[in-house]
Design a protein around this ligand. Structure first.
Ligand SMILES: O=c1ccn([C@@H]2O[C@H](COP(=O)(O)OP(=O)(O)O[C@H]3O[C@H](CO)[C@@H](O)[C@H](O)[C@H]3O)[C@@H](O)[C@H]2O)c(=O)[nH]1
Ligand SMILES: [Mn+2]
Length: 741
């Protein structure tokens, strides 16, 4: 290193640490007391022959729910253990660009109908414009749709980038995603004062060029079929100038190499979704640039801060066991009223800060700089290692095996160099048979085992002793499009849950697999993540059982006059106050707490439930794994509703029925139960149950409104309300039958 000053610093967030420890002790003790109370009462109840079996059953169900909640709470505490903040000093990196290692950027796209080409190309262009030596940056776009629209749009993007990148460099533009840059209200970015008139002229020129670029991409989309196929050979192309027209204006060496990769797909071969695509990129890039570091981006996640590569290098150049630097997923389209909790605040603030103080966060899908070495798991490769062993692991390509020993081959290839033999080798590496009988997706590379390839890959790396860091600078390094369509969001999160439960129910189940391989706290956080879909069990139970009992005047909780009442009240308050404290501490308002709480309940009875069922069906062979990419095309009306905080219930009945049923059931039980309470004058012992129902209804008020009060197009469809009423009726009658018996 040129100077001895540190490249990065970390410091423990002391205030959070104190609050968290205090909370852990208080809340933990309260939970122990609750378990003692429940266990003791249960024993007393079982001894008592006069108490009905149905009451005992309800009591056991509620106790079991509380045990599950307490267990998940305990796992969740791993996130609170050692929250850290980090600062990076990219300006202290070697001044000599030759000393920087090279980086390959992998961008994945799958379907031009769901992933608008202009948006994807903005991501590509923003990556081309990263503040990094252009000869050390190589951009690979994986097109899983094998669509000629994407290839042609990429050629346009490259042509536009050839002018855009030097423009950004010249004026030190900070927002290098053209769409984001030109839609900014103020034009100070890049305006360096004295140059301002030249700058304004240039800016105008490039704005026009950008508009033309968009028009051309639009034109391509209109003229070319956006058909995506699952049956096509591999096609790899280094993007270059075809018509040589304005070649003189920019020197090609000023911009990074851009490569289009569409791997071979055949219906008879599993293609393993995004992880499969990334592994093909790993192999293809090993022939062309073989950079030791890789930045992975989803197609809708553009580079918002060009210095992210240098920031990541501050960590990578300083540690040998570091597998990846993860940046948060932040989004450019979050409304103040983020009713669907699309921003995933709870993951990318407090939780990831917390695990950063352990051995680092898990891979979070996109926005991370990872080392090739960690992905290949080849830190021990010596030149004399058995080649046949390497071929067993990495497949039959000798060229690929050779690349394992070569760090950093290649500068940019000229057209002639992209010779026939190399072409053939690359085609072979991108073919679907290549991985047969190898360790791709298993021991090496992005792992296939689960559709949440990110979670599982991260877990595998950490269990091999690799570490990671979380870099969360004030200026977001990457900005993506959050899923703000309620329907898409539910489908997306169901897929995540399926993937997580796949892991939870396998031999890789974190509490079994992780403890021998990593610290107990780290195992706990992997476990909490994989097991959180199981929240569906207590949520279903606590939204039905106490309510049915309320209706029948059966108390399940201590009455107000019972000293244990305070315990229950304390647990309720302390968990919510902690949640509120977390929300406020990151600058959000109480509203965020309500949004998150509401979505947690809704997702528990839909996404978590269906995801768990899906994973079970896959396990017993009744279903195949699938990964439908989320639709990133915004629907104007739907977007307007999201922005004004109005729920859009144009969602399949399958997703509406569970929450509507529960809401109707709670309304019925609360109203009828209240009548009963007045008649029997037993408010004391029914108080908690009545409060629980009331609380659920307050939190789920938009659902009540959507069913009863709203008249617009996006209300809960009447058919769904009727079906839910019917289901609630069935639940009520069944419950009554059991309870009366
Ligand atoms: O067969 C596929 C499916 C998806 N993708 C790409 O994978 C990315 C993520 O897909 P998306 O539909 O946006 O899914 P999300 O649920 O939004 O993705 C989140 O969750 C995934 C794991 O389920 C992670 O891989 C992502 O990084 C993370 O943003 C996109 O760029 C897709 O083009 C492929 O390349 N091939
Ligand atoms: Mn996405």
């Amino acid at each position: 290193m040129e100077n001895s000053l540190p490249l990065h610093l970390s410091r423990v967030q002391k205030s959070s640490l104190i609050i968290n420890s205090f909370y852990f002790i208080l809340h933990g003790t309260a939970l122990l007391a609750l378990i003692y109370y429940r266990a003791y009462s249960l024993m007393e109840t079982t001894k008592n022959k006069d108490i009905s079996i149905s009451f005992k059953l309800c009591y056991i169900l509620v106790f079991a729910s509380e045990l599950i909640l307490s267990f998940l709470w305990l796992l969740d505490q791993s996130y609170q253990w050692r929250p850290v903040f980090r600062t990076v000093f990219p300006e202290r990196l070697p001044k000599d660009d030759d000393k920087l290692p090279s980086i390959d950027v992998f961008i994945c796209t799958a379907d031009p109908n769901k992933e608008p080409s202009v948006e994807v190309m903005n991501t590509v262009v923003s990556a081309m414009a990263l503040d990094y030596p252009p000869n050390k940056l190589h951009i690979y776009l994986s097109d899983d749709g094998g669509s000629s629209v994407t290839l042609k749009a990429l050629q346009e993007a490259w042509r536009f980038g050839r002018f855009w990148v030097p423009f950004c460099r010249k004026y030190g533009i900070k927002t290098r995603c053209p769409e984001a840059y030109f839609s900014r209200k103020d034009d100070s970015d890049g305006n360096l004062g004295s140059l301002s008139s030249e700058f304004c002229a240039d800016r105008e020129k490039f704005e026009k060029q950008y508009e033309e670029f968009k028009e051309r991409v639009q034109w391509i989309r209109e003229k070319t079929s956006t058909f995506t196929s699952k049956n096509h050979p591999a096609s790899i192309e280094i993007i270059k100038d075809v018509d040589h027209d304005d070649r003189t204006e920019t020197n090609e060496s000023e911009i990074p190499m851009v490569v289009y990769v569409s791997r071979e797909k055949r219906p008879s071969h599993p293609h393993h979704f995004k992880a499969g695509a990334l592994n093909v990129l790993l192999r293809v890039s090993s022939m062309l640039s073989n950079s030791p570091y890789i930045l992975v981006l989803d197609c809708d996640m553009y580079c918002n801060d060009p210095s992210s590569a240098r920031q990541a290098m501050c960590f990578h150049l300083d540690s040998s066991k570091l597998a990846f630097v993860q940046f948060p997923q932040k989004f450019h389209n979050i409304s103040d009223k983020d009713i669907y909790d699309s921003q995933l605040r709870f993951i990318f603030t407090t939780r990831w800060w917390g695990v950063d103080g352990l051995k680092g966060p898990m891979v979070s899908g996109t926005g991370f700089y990872i080392t090739r070495e960690a992905l290949y798991d080849t830190s021990d490769i010596q030149n004399d290692v058995d080649v046949s062993e390497l071929r067993n692991k990495f497949g039959p390509s000798n060229e690929f095996v050779k690349s394992l020993h070569q760090k950093n081959i290649i500068s940019v290839l000229s057209n002639e160099e992209f010779s026939n033999t190399l072409q053939k080798e690359i085609q072979f590496l991108a073919s679907c048979k290549y991985e047969n009988k190898t360790q791709w997706g298993k021991e090496a590379s992005f792992r296939y085992f689960s559709v949440v390839e990110d979670y599982f890959t991260g877990m595998s790396l950490h269990s091999k002793g690799w570490t990671s860091v979380y870099c969360d600078p004030p200026k977001p390094a990457f900005l993506g499009s959050a899923t703000t369509n309620f329907s898409e969001l539910l489908v997306q999160q169901t897929r995540w849950c399926t993937g997580l439960v796949q892991v939870a129910m396998s031999k890789y189940s974190p509490l079994i697999y992780c403890p021998p391989r990593m610290s107990i706290l780290q195992s706990m956080y992997y476990a909490e993540f994989a097991y959180f879909p199981f929240y569906c069990l207590p949520v279903w139970c606590l939204a039905i059982v106490p309510q049915l009992c309320l209706l029948h005047g059966i108390p399940l909780y201590p009455g107000i006059s019972n000293p244990y009442f305070i315990l229950f009240a304390f647990i309720f308050l302390s968990s919510n106050l902690k949640h509120i404290q977390e929300v406020l501490s990151v600058g959000h308002s109480i509203r965020t707490w309500i949004y998150e709480y509401r979505m947690w309940m809704i997702k528990s009875v839909t996404c978590y439930t269906y995801g768990t069922l899906d994973a079970i069906m896959e396990k017993i062979g009744m279903k195949e794994a699938s990964f439908l990419p989320t639709n990133k095309v915004a629907d104007e009306e739907q977007l307007k509703r999201y922005q004004s905080g109005i729920f859009d219930f144009q969602v399949s009945t399958m997703f509406l029925a569970p929450i509507c049923t529960l809401v109707i059931l709670n309304i019925a039980c609360l109203l009828l139960g209240a009548v009963k309470i007045f008649r029997n004058a037993n408010i004391d012992e029914m108080f908690i149950q009545a409060c629980l129902s009331f609380f659920i209804l307050i939190i789920q008020y938009p659902v009540v409104e959507g069913m009863i009060l709203r008249k617009d197009k996006a209300r809960v469809p009447q058919s769904a309300t009727l079906l839910s009423a019917l289901l609630a009726g069935i639940l009520l009658s069944l419950g009554s039958l059991i309870l009366i018996y």
